[in-house]
Write a protein that binds this ligand. Structure first.
Ligand SMILES: C[S@@+](CC[C@H](N)C(=O)[O-])C[C@H]1O[C@@H](n2cnc3c(N)ncnc32)[C@H](O)[C@@H]1O
Length: 260
């Protein structure tokens, strides 16, 4: 074995040892474990922790932060603003309690855009309970199948938590939207893997998809990617499995191909 290969092996062994050591103190780390599926990750949630996002109380976590417009939201805002003249309705999948509706209200004329949040029942319950008088064009559905046809499907921060492939999600819509905007898609170079994110009171399966998965799915669904970006500032690694490499956060704007 050459010196370079030996050095790589040694580096990997050291990273693995550091990761497994961190696993001994799970409360101090954000990402724990590397599992083959959502179901397998759920089986490893620690006793005393809520399992996943669909639990009352989990909607409080990071709620204030999600209602802000951090730097990584600007590509989405740019595309929504640019498409605004042709948008009547947005489906905000994984839209939580309507956090991005609230965050973007300063920048978009939301009075004339019907904004339908699709999320898990616990978030929809919280969202309906917290609706404000000014949220006139905001509504919620628990089943994507119940969402009316829309011009844009927004999936901001959804893909890491979504327990199904993108194609299955899109297949549940009554009509394919002309535009799909995805942000904060967690990706890696190797095979897709699911880890557990530490939400303190809950542990939540977090999908890190192979970097080709979303572009290939969009293409197969009939979409052209018209823009894409990398969010350097939220790159990370799985604390317990640093040897699996960097988790790169990406965004995409895609347009349905014209047919005929
Ligand atoms: C990190 S939050 C994203 C909130 C917001 N869109 C943003 O960008 O800040 C992820 C959201 O995805 C939702 N989610 C997870 N699994 C889902 C599923 N199978 N269907 C719909 N929403 C889901 C969670 O309930 C949560 O509200």
């Amino acid at each position: 074995m050459g010196t370079a290969a030996l050095r790589r092996r040694l580096g990997r062994a050291v990273r693995m040892a550091i990761g497994r050591y961190r696993a001994l103190k799970p409360d101090t780390i954000r990402f724990r474990g590397a599992f083959r599926s959502h179901a397998e990750a759920l089986q490893h949630v620690r006793p005393g922790k809520l399992k996943g996002y669909d639990n009352d109380g989990v909607s409080e976590i990071s709620k204030a932060l999600m209602q802000e417009v951090p730097l990584w939201d600007y590509p989405v805002l740019y595309w929504l603003k640019r498409l605004a003249p042709e948008i009547e309705r947005v489906i905000d999948a994984g839209g939580h309690i309507g956090v991005k509706y609230r965050a973007f209200a300063r920048y978009l004329e939301l009075d004339r855009i019907d904004w339908v949040v699709y999320d898990l029942p616990a978030q929809v319950r919280a969202g309906r309970a917290e609706a404000r008088p000014q949220d006139k064009t905001l509504s919620f559905v628990e089943r994507l199948e119940d969402a009316p046809p829309a011009d844009v499907l927004l999936g901001s921060g959804l893909l890491p938590y979504l327990d199904q492939p993108l194609a299955d999600l899109i297949g549940r819509l009554s009509r394919r939207p002309r535009h799909i905007l995805l942000n904060k898609v967690a990706t890696r170079d190797g095979p897709s893997v699911v880890t557990l994110e530490n939400f303190r009171l809950a542990e939540v399966p977090y999908h890190i998809r192979n970097a080709r998965e979303v572009p290939d799915a969009l293409d197969a669904l009939g979409y052209d990617i018209v823009d894409s970006w990398i969010i350097e500032s939220i790159a990370h690694r799985i604390d317990t499995h640093p040897e699996l490499g960097a988790v790169v956060s990406r965004g995409y704007a895609a347009r349905l191909r014209e047919t005929g």
